[in-house]
Design a protein around this ligand. Structure first.
Ligand code: 5GP
Ligand code: ZN
Length: 135
């Protein structure tokens, strides 16, 4: 646990939260400022600031848990869709520096928007970027 990390305290039960699920590795809670009904956060109990720091064991376990929670939301809330959102770094919108995966149930006409403005690079530009990343 990291001192003064609110999500460490919530994940480990020191600060109360509306818990949907808990096991030895994770706690899943309702977000305090939900985008939609059922908006939840998967929090690892061990502190990792972001995806870069997340141990592989937690990384490998987080998607099966997201699937399990997503299926529960689909059947219980009857949502029409589900967004998984995970922000790393302030520039990307991360406000709490403890890894968390957002599960955002989506409902027809909910008025929320999770997206970006697409651009239109050429094949050459895409190839330059490809080489920059893995070349
Ligand atoms: P981020 O912007 O870092 O990806 O998301 C942080 C999320 O945590 C926000 O959606 C915010 O509403 C939620 N949040 C911040 N503090 C608390 C808290 O103390 N309890 C709960 N349940 N959610 C929180
Ligand atoms: Zn933490």
């Amino acid at each position: 646990m990291k001192q003064d990390c609110i999500f460490c305290k919530i994940a480990n039960g020191e600060i109360p939260a509306k818990t949907l699920y808990e096991d030895e590795r994770f706690r899943v809670i309702l977000d305090l400022g939900p985008a939609t009904k059922g908006h939840a956060l998967i929090l690892p109990k061990n502190h990792a600031a972001n995806l870069y720091e997340l141990p592989d064991e937690d990384a490998m376990a987080v998607l099966p848990l997201a699937k399990k929670m997503g299926l529960l939301m689909k059947s219980r809330l009857q949502c029409d869709g589900l967004n998984l959102v995970q922000n790393n770094g302030e520039t990307a919108g991360q406000t709490v520096l403890h890894f968390h995966l957002h599960l955002i149930p989506r409902y027809e006409g909910d008025g929320q928007r999770i997206g970006w403005n697409p651009t239109a690079p050429s094949q050459e530009e895409l190839e330059t970027v490809r080489k920059e990343i893995v070349g």
